[in-house]
Design a protein around this ligand. Structure first.
Ligand SMILES: [Zn+2]
Length: 401
């Protein structure tokens, strides 16, 4: 029998086990910076599958290794999920998963515990069918993705020395191959004023009036931003306004805004900051200060690993041989041509590919439309399909098929 077929059949045969792994992950809430219990579920599954090495890093990501070959690749799935939100919008308990209509239902089934379960089953298939000899393969359950995507990979690359030639991210793509997405950054603009008694405002310099003029320029700037044919338009918007004043009867002496900036292809931190300074200059606020915000929340391990809230845009080259391999493997497994596109959201690829230039693509079970929504559910057929795809990709890269 053709090896692709053998791999697919094996994935279907252990589908119940993939579902079981997903359900035990859903039953174990693991919000950003609180992933410890979820990581322990993965550790037990890795032990059961006979991984060659299992360890956690300083931020708490779990790193399971298979093989010892000279080349290195990695599969990434983030362990953290967003909260359930308003429980009244769920028709069932989001942490008591159920199987219905060929789907597993519960918080994180789509984003992205389904991808984690599929990659763990892929690891079992790779071992059972002996599909790898050339590669050191890391299966990594990463942390803090929802709050600061990519931070875990800064740690894996800088502190753990993990440097793969390819990373497959198992985020939900509804079984499309996604080869890029927009980047983003969070900025703060601050202006100073001159305070005085608010009964004589002409004696002072009201910082709120200054920031208000900048706010209106930001609205105009958004309209001027460039567009990319595949990634779409960059955007900027004000998400918060603040001010400080010695009293409610005094002229505010400082004011600030928070900005959410989405970056398309060709835009960087430097260009985005320069545009905001320019917007301030257009309204004669030459003293405005623009800063990129810092993420410094504490990981469940107790470690703080601060980083700028800058998440670079990335895209895998259309002509990348890894993309050709992925397309070929998909066609062999599923008997049809895959959809190759860009992804709607952000992921750890901002660091893997955007910051470090490591080739990367996203492929995973679950329709991303249901990410972060109530009544989240992932198709079981996609779980085993993704497991087969990951295992077959490894076989393909090993020259076995
Ligand atoms: Zn996700």
């Amino acid at each position: 029998m053709n090896l692709y077929k053998t791999i697919y059949n094996r994935a279907r045969k252990i589908e119940n086990d993939t579902v079981r792994i997903l359900m035990s992950l859903v039953q174990t809430p693991s919000f950003s910076t609180k992933e410890k219990e979820g990581v322990e579920v993965i550790r037990r599954e890795m032990e059961k599958a006979g991984f060659d090495e299992i360890r956690t890093d300083g931020l708490g990501s779990i790193i399971g290794r298979i093989g010892n070959g000279p080349r290195t690749i990695a599969f990434d799935g983030h362990v953290d999920t967003v909260y359930a939100g308003d429980m009244s919008q769920w028709s069932f308990d989001p942490f008591q998963p159920k199987i219905e209509d060929g789907k597993v239902w519960g918080r994180g089934t789509v984003d992205q515990k389904g991808g984690l379960a599929a990659m763990l089953s892929a690891a079992s298939i790779i071992k059972e069918l002996n599909l790898n000899n050339n590669f050191t393969i890391y299966f990594i359950g990463t942390v803090i993705e929802e709050d600061c995507e990519g931070l875990c990979w800064q740690h894996l690359i800088n502190e753990e020395g993990i440097n793969p030639e390819l990373v497959v991210i198992t985020e939900p793509t509804n079984m499309k191959i996604c080869r890029g997405h927009r980047g983003r950054m969070e900025m703060r603009v601050e202006v100073k004023g001159q305070t005085c008694h608010s009964g004589t405002p002409e004696r002072g310099d009201n910082a709120i009036y200054k920031i208000a003029r900048i706010v209106l320029e930001i609205e105009k700037l958004n309209k001027r931003l460039r567009s990319d044919p595949s990634l779409g338009k960059g955007s900027i918007t004000v998400t918060e306004v603040g001010s400080e004043s010695p009293s409610i009867c005094a002229i505010p002496d400082s004011a600030s805004i928070r900005l959410d900036r989405r970056l398309t292809y060709g835009e960087s931190k430097e260009t985005a900051i320069a545009e905001v300074y320019d917007a301030a200059k257009r309204v004669a606020c030459d003293d405005a200060k623009v800063n990129v915000l810092t993420f410094e929340d504490t990981a469940y391990t107790g470690k703080v690993y601060p980083t700028e809230k800058y998440y670079p845009t990335w895209a895998l080259d259309k002509n990348s041989p890894f993309l050709a391999d992925a397309i070929n493997v998909y066609a062999e497994i599923f008997g049809k041509t895959p959809h190759v596109s860009m992804w709607s959201f952000s992921s750890n690829a901002v660091v893997i590919a955007g910051m470090y230039g490591i080739p990367c693509f996203l492929f995973g079970p679950g329709n991303e439309m249901y990410a972060h929504t109530p009544n989240e559910a992932c198709q079981i057929e996609q779980l085993s399909g993704a497991a087969a795809f990951y295992a077959a990709l490894v076989a393909n890269l090993n020259g076995r098929i």
